[in-house]
Design a protein around this ligand. Sequence first.
Ligand code: ARG
Length: 459
Amino acid sequence: QGQKMWGGRFTARPDEIMQAINVSIDVDKRLWQQDLAGSKAHCAMLAKQGIISSGDSQIILNGLETITAEIEDGTFPFRAEFEDIHMNVEARLRELVGPVSGRLHTARSRNDQVATDFRLWVRDQVDITIQQLYDLQGALLKRAEEYADALMPGFTHLQPAQPVTFGHHLMAYVEMFGRDRSRFVDARARMNENPLGSAALAGSPFPIDRHDTAKTLGFDRPTGNSLDGVSDRDFALESLSHAAICAGHLSRLAEEIVIWTTPYFNFIRLSDAFSTGSSIMPQKRNPDAAELVRAKTGRITGSLIALSTVMKGLPLAYSKDMQEDKPPVFEAFDALDLAIRAMTGMVLDLQANRERMAAAAGAGFSTATDLADWLVRNLGIPFRDAHHITGAAVKLAETQGVDLAQLSLSDLQNLEARITDDVYKVLTPEASCASRQSYGGTAPDQVRLQIQRWKDLRS
Ligand code: ARG
């Protein structure tokens, strides 16, 4: 029979290249905790149901404890000849407790075993991600509070648009990461069903209790169809989709950090702890962490495409293609984990250059909309005409090389005779921001209201 667990009907050993393409232990050994938890739950259930004796179950459980200790202290022999984590554990169990170990695989297949292990792993990692996003939101809220009334230019097309506050800008990301977090929460609820007991594909003739193992493993219920139970990887795809959207959000903030730290913008500074130098250019302060967060999006979105492509067109139930599900998921979540934590570090670290941002907030005729709105509100001019008059004022200011607020009253009156010097009150970036009191607007009061709303949501 050789060493192969499935070797009963085989007479020759597999070709070397067959083994090379088949082996997955280097990747799936990461599932060891989930695999042992699944085996313990299954073993205990088999005994409860009288499918194996309680004596045998105790011997197996003790062996599994020994294996846990061996893996923890690094003495467990991971062996490529046993293909994957499941057979490595089972092979070791046999060495430790003898032939009784063979009873563990009663009413179970590697197909439902791996589906269970992987679901548990993704669920655990989603829980970690949810907590990390919570921490990132906490960091953003803290900084938004500090900068609730710090002026900065708001952009559209990356061109000066209207003044906003830095707090308001940071709070935009609190919203995004809040949606990301709730997407992961939803995904967790949907994935939390137990595939164990689906067996190879058709279920089991033994009187197993799938509700019992579901409970032991923290699942809400067993999966409702054994074919689907072993062949479904939606939980991984859905989590990768959410990871990709989240990575997109991280990349946008990362990009803004890259822009803001250039000397041309000079809006923020990252401390030495989050900057790197150049080996040739002594003056350099590079935002490498932000660039890498921006770049991790590639791996994460790539992983989603990779797994979608693996799953596409697979007939029911299990196919070995599905062994290729783990590398993209591990890679994506390792990248996301790092990216969220690096972003949280940068958010807590950054220092805004308030004077420079405030000066930029007022530049580029950023209060032109306020002038047009003043004409509408005070003179009853239709907005389209007010827009036209304001355009002429901008053109004039541009020729004179001044800001809108520096145009003389007579210059403004040449464009519209009824303008009074009351208009200057709305032409500062402070006034512009303070006036935007609509719900969710950039007025510092509104920004503080949203900060409070989020704090209440979190408590
Ligand atoms: N290593 C396999 C995987 O990750 C475990 C399931 C193998 N099942 C089988 N029938 N060959 O998918």
